[in-house]
Design a protein around this ligand. Structure first.
Ligand code: SF4
Length: 181
């Protein structure tokens, strides 16, 4: 048996070693924080498929933290969208991607090239994102939200269910957001 330090391994090899180490402890859940962000696309696909295979075979829950929306859609059964440390919307993957009920989710999805979502993207106000150490009062998305009203600047919206089986959205005007083109 040979011993090697981590630095001779490539990024993809280190990711695969990390995946192999996690299940060895027989956990109930795995938390994967940006596991593919630094990898090229072909290695990303290998790592994603390996992780999905492990999830199926071991039956463990996987919390996957990522910024790449196409990767999340490919992997996740449920999605929680976060903005400045708070959950903006949570629900099944299909409902979050196909019928988002929160303006921030709509803004995020509009960044993914798609003719269906171009209109939503144009409605996001431009400007620098607020500082996470001094977030806006009320709804943290209010300085950039096209649906913002006075209540949004004072009252943080609770996470609530939209419709009978829809997602849960932290937005005072989630129904309006859902209906917006
Ligand atoms: S609560 Fe108000 S500011 Fe926040 S996402 Fe909803 S409409 Fe926009």
């Amino acid at each position: 048996m040979t011993s090697r330090y981590p630095h001779p391994f490539s990024g993809g090899q280190r990711q695969r070693i990390g995946i192999a180490r996690g299940p060895a402890l027989e956990p109930d859940a795995l938390i994967c924080d940006e596991p593919v962000s630094a990898l090229d696309v072909s290695v990303q696909a290998q790592v994603i498929n390996l992780r999905a295979d492990l999830r199926r075979r071991l039956g463990v829950g996987v919390v996957f933290i990522a910024h790449d929306l196409s990767v999340v859609r490919h992997l996740a059964d449920r999605v929680a969208v976060m903005y400045l440390g708070r959950v903006a919307e949570v629900g099944g993957t299909a409902s979050i991607y196909d019928e988002p009920a929160n303006p921030y989710t709509q803004a995020l999805l509009s960044a993914v090239p798609s003719p269906d979502r171009a209109a939503r993207g144009r409605r996001v106000r431009t400007g620098e994102p607020p500082s996470p150490i001094d977030p806006p009062t009320g709804c943290r998305f209010n300085p950039r939200c096209w649906l913002a009203q006075d209540i949004c600047r004072h009252d943080a919206p609770p996470l609530r269910e939209i419709g009978d089986h829809g997602p849960r959205s932290a937005c005072h005007f989630a129904e309006e957001a859902l209906r917006s083109p």
